[in-house]
Design a protein around this ligand. Sequence first.
Ligand code: GLU
Length: 275
Amino acid sequence: MRTRFAPSPTGPLHLGHAYSAILAHDMARAAGGAFFLRLEDTDLERCKPEYEAQIFDDLRWLGLTWDGEVLYQSDHLAVYNAFLNRLVARDLTYPCKCSRKDIANATAAPQEGVAHAVYPQTCKMRNMSERSENDAIRIHMERALEVVPEVSFTETGDAHQGTYPIDPEHLIQTVGDVVIGRKDIETAAYFMASAIDDARQSITHVIRGEDLFEFTPVQVMLLSLLGLDVPVYHHHGLIRDDNGKRLAKRDDARAISKYRADGATPADIRAMVGL
Ligand code: GLU
């Protein structure tokens, strides 16, 4: 078993991160496997060195040890771009110049059960040769689904346990033509880079919060389009605040560093997240 913890250094780690990291670490160690640390630091504006330092410090304090070198995604932007270009070369993408505002204006009220607005396909007739600077790259979902090998993924988390074949209709309706190539820098979108690294690091079990469950089918689709291995996924329940809202980076009150400053022990943190 090979697991990983893949935080983005855009804020302090909170109890939800502690849960993910401890679970992934303990599952690997219990199986005699390996546990890796990857910093998803491609958002050059929001990532900060001080958050990075705090991540290492918090994880060590929790008693977690990782194998091998830490993988910094910012060192590998060209690798993700090369994978993206394989999809471009297969004519599975198109350039998009729409801003968030354009999309909001062109989209009817979000449908129930659809987590985010599905792109209204304004740029769909455009060709990659027309791409200009600051155009993002979108997947042409119908074309991609035509060529994607038949694939399913296994989920072992309590809430969604089972086998999920990729369902084209569902992907078209709920995900649509997502951005897979960024407009600010020449590289893949973060969720694609993350899936690529799971394969590059031969991660066998992706253990992470349930909020990422909805991204899984499109990550699995991209992996199989690229001929990369699909891991087993294990989405765990979210740690919520007293009002039942999931913790976000800005919930500094739940930061591990805050609990540490208040005198909590690593065992207290484990107890708080139910491990
Ligand atoms: N970097 C993502 C985050 O910090 C996690 C991605 C993943 O675990 O797949 O939310």
